[in-house]
Design a protein. Sequence first.
Length: 345
Amino acid sequence: MGLYREAHVRWLQRTVVIGFICVAVILDVAATARAGSVIVPAKGQNTHNQANTHTQTQTNTAPHAGDNVGDDARIRAGDVIRVGDARQTGPGKLKPGYEVWVAVGEWPPMISETLPDFGKHAKRFQTIFNAMGFEVRFIFVPWQRAYEQTRQGIYVATFPWLRTVERRDAFHIPRYPIAQAHQKGFYKKSRFPEGIDINALRDVVGLGLRPVGIASYWYEQEFRRLGIEADIVNNPESAWRFLHADRADILFEEEAVGWHDLTGLLGEQVAARYATTNTITTNDMFILFSRKHPFGAELMQAYETFMMSDDGQEICKEWALCKSDFVTAPGTTDGGDQSQSGQLN
């Protein structure tokens, strides 16, 4: 009986140990599967929403310490694995089918997580890079974070931004723009029934107009340089309501974005009471490719080569951007809101 008990005890001990090992393996597999679902979604799924679980829609607001740390941690974890895999492949080894991770923010109707194809400019980006043989994934974060994390090499690119001296030093900027921004002044017809005749920002001074503007947009610096007194608010909604309450005379905004925001915030009937000035500036906007990402320089070269090709020229004709010259325009510290992407970065 003693031998039987001893053998039985040993059998029970082995069974318990094997059981613990099995449970540990199962938990490890499950954890790996969960991580993979965030970092490497299945082909054909809407990877956009899976890759970015933390969306910031106030595009001109800088990130704060109180942001959702859990979501950011998941994004960072995915970035580390993605960049690590790219480095294993090595510079000069960019292959067709590579998934280009692009950091962007909200700037409807040009770029938005809620729009079909993620907006007009996003669709344009996808059309070009798909034709080049690459997949595209948009990561929606605050614009300032998109700019900074691309600069750091976490993402390979961000767009659309103005070309400035500061950005030329921090990023690879191609010769071919990806979009243009047409800045106009919006005003109430009832306040200026004869219209407002201006062709440049400096004309505001001569006409005695008081603008309202949005913090971090391109014109904030220009207002100071030209000595223009302006009321600066934190976001587009506040700016439009400020203007509509007759507390300011004019608001400068990219034309398509301005009409979109005005209609969305105040309605079509109210929007019909507004008019715009002539275009005061037209600026080319560019993709910023990271200097620190292992594929940044190579991807920019691939983009330029494609845009110079017959196929690239045929595609860009639709947007009247088939050129390699650009206009250096006033920028801000950042874009995407840093004068945001369109705001004019």
